[in-house]
Design a protein around this ligand. Sequence first.
Ligand code: ADP
Length: 316
Amino acid sequence: MQKRLVSISVPIGLTSVAVGLSVALLVAWTLVMVTQLNIGGRTWLLVVGIVSLAVIIMVLVLSAVLLVREVLEGRRQTGFIDSVTHELKSPLASLKLCLETLDRPALSDEQRRALREMMHDDVDRLSVFIDDVLNASQLASSRQRLEKVTLSVEHAIYRAVQQVCARRRTPRERISVVATNDLTLCTDPTALEIILTNLLDNAIKYSAEGAPVCVVAEQTPQGITRIEVRDQGIGIATHHLKEIFKRFFRVDREEVHARHGTGLGLFVAAGMARRLGGTLKAASPGPGRGSVMRIELPARLRPQPASSAAQVPTKE
Ligand code: ADP
């Protein structure tokens, strides 16, 4: 269940009003002093007063901004811990129940097969979750080393499609791939695989059952490799198109909370894309109208420092 959090717009509003009033007072008092009082040779005193007050106002505004950032980060961390607890507990509880049920002698072969399939799904869910957490932490601590391999983009896409279809138990025909077989890329294959599987997994997860997903790969006239993962799913509101790349961020919508997730997948994918010297961006005509995730990578790997890769998507 979603926790209702106290809105921070009230303290933000009050701080803005207080800052506005202070600036208005500063201006008014200065005018009164200059026009009504005879300050003579003590103008420097007025200047010192104005500068000091301006500095105090700036410090207050800066403190308020930092405080709001901390509160938002704290909220994201709390959301993450809730998701982590849920992501670990529910597959484990389900595995335990399946194992207990499997012990019953009266089960038919069909029932045993269904139980094993459920256990398989739970183990997959746990391993995807652990991979996301590990990738996010590696990204933040520059432990991950990059390889340079020339690979076929079409081949890399097909491998990711195969993995995601097996994991999500969805027919391979659901995902169409449009790519020329001569399109190659010199990059890190593991990082590319992490990006593609994350995007494909989301495209399937945030679409209705059986809805088609399409992957289009092409080379731009500038020699950039562009791969788009297009779905016809729940879509994304314009004001969330950048936020979804932040660590732990999940859109606060019923359709999103109804699906498992931690808000780490896109943070990892965008960080990886930056490490490879490229970008990952999202586009959507709006909620309920599908989404497009666009990766752009240079033809030859241009590694970026892990720190910048990990930090950029977390910016407020
Ligand atoms: P999660 O584990 O929640 O899926 P991600 O980092 O992969 O985390 O995605 C962050 C959020 O972005 C999701 O919670 C969801 O709200 C939104 N999102 C990601 N991909 C899609 C998509 N293809 N369609 C609609 N919303 C998406």
